[in-house]
Design a protein around this ligand. Structure first.
Ligand SMILES: Nc1nc2c(c(=O)[nH]1)N[C@H]1C(S)=C(S)[C@@H](COP(=O)(O)O)O[C@H]1N2
Ligand SMILES: [Mo]
Length: 327
């Protein structure tokens, strides 16, 4: 998301390199002293990630959903220390380093999620109860930010359609509206008017019911870092990253297409649908290529794929769209 002109080029290669060296050194030291013997059996990402507390669910041993474990994607998984150090979370600041820095004391417990609007079974859930009836799944997804950087992440979550089925949308429900927590004491930028607060996002009901739409509580087999949207965050992998709203407290079924925070800020640049369509440029830059997070400053960009690589799964729901236009 751009207000000032910034882009993927801002990733400081020096920072990323020094982080990697530090992590490797830490790993070596742990192994040398015998502490990390168990973790030698874990994938490299697990070893490199900092240990974290399991807040809401014991998400060790989450079952991989075999449908979303593509071998090539697995090889391309972003290092967790890059995933959690280069973020967009305007509530905590507009620079990519701000969310990690400013979210350290963010309170994710207790956390209430309201499911309401045009549903037969509205409820306010404590997050534990919200998750309890469902099995968490591990799914590896591509993720593409509108600012032309990308990553590949093993998320831990529950498909949104299961949450919606429990709430029983009425026949009048056509869209799902999501809201982030509103709390300027914790989100310093909510004292400014840089965006319409709380951050609001939306999906058409059929998009929300699509099996790819995932409500996540974790990544890399651990609870989400605060800067990545803890404790509950939507992931819609065929759309630009801003649709994947963080720190959700409200899921509301509505009859009309909602206005989202970014759409209000700049309707020509961040419209409601925001599907990843490489041929359609953003008004200020091309969307044909992307810089892979963690690949280093001098590495070449890779081609962006139609619907971010999910065309086979989602193209049919956009048969009425002209895919040469920005929606
Ligand atoms: N509440 C909230 N959700 C948000 C944002 C935000 O500023 N506030 N930024 C969005 C944008 S533009 C992107 S690219 C992704 C970034 O997710 P990441 O930091 O986990 O990579 O979060 C999205 N969700
Ligand atoms: Mo973004």
């Amino acid at each position: 998301m751009l207000i000032r002109r910034r882009s993927g080029h801002d990733i400081k290669s020096s920072e990323i390199t020094s982080e990697a060296v530090y992590q490797n050194r830490r790993h070596f030291l742990q192994t040398a002293s015998g502490i990390a013997l168990g973790s030698l059996l874990l994938p490299l990402g697990e070893v490199l990630a900092a240990p974290e507390k399991y807040a809401y669910a014991d998400i060790r041993g989450v079952k991989p959903n075999p449908k979303y474990q593509d071998k090539d994607l697995r090889k391309a998984i972003t290092r967790p220390e890059d995933f959690s150090a280069y973020n967009n979370f305007y509530e905590f600041g507009t620079d990519k380093e701000d969310p990690k820095q400013n979210s350290k004391s963010f309170k994710t417990k207790p956390w209430t999620v309201k499911v309401h609007g045009l549903v037969n079974k509205p409820a306010d859930y404590q997050l534990e109860d919200f998750l309890k009836p469902f099995d968490l799944e591990d799914r590896i997804y591509r993720f593409r930010c509108v600012e032309a950087w990308s990553m590949v992440v093993p998320w831990v979550g529950i498909p949104l359609h299961k949450i919606l089925a429990r709430a029983q949308p009425t026949s009048a429900a056509k869209y799902v509206l999501f809201k982030t927590l509103q709390d300027p004491t914790q989100f310093p930028m909510q004292k400014t008017s840089i965006l319409e607060w709380p951050y609001v996002e939306g999906l058409r009901l059929d998009e929300a019911m699509h099996d790819l739409s995932l409500l996540t509580v974790g990544a890399y087999g651990k609870v989400l870092p605060n800067q990545n949207g803890a404790p509950l965050r939507l992931i819609v992998p065929w759309k630009y990253g801003y649709k994947s709203i963080k720190s959700i407290v409200s899921i509301e079924l509505v009859s009309a297409q909602p206005k989202t925070s970014w759409e209000i800020r700049a309707p020509d640049e961040y419209p409601f649908y925001s599907n990843v369509i490489p041929e359609v440029p953003h008004p200020r830059w091309s969307q044909k290529t992307e810089r892979v997070l963690g690949s280093g400053f001098f590495s070449s960009k890779q081609k962006t794929l139609m619907f971010n690589g999910y065309a086979d799964a989602v193209a049919s729901i956009y048969s009425k769209f002209d895919n040469k236009k920005l929606y």
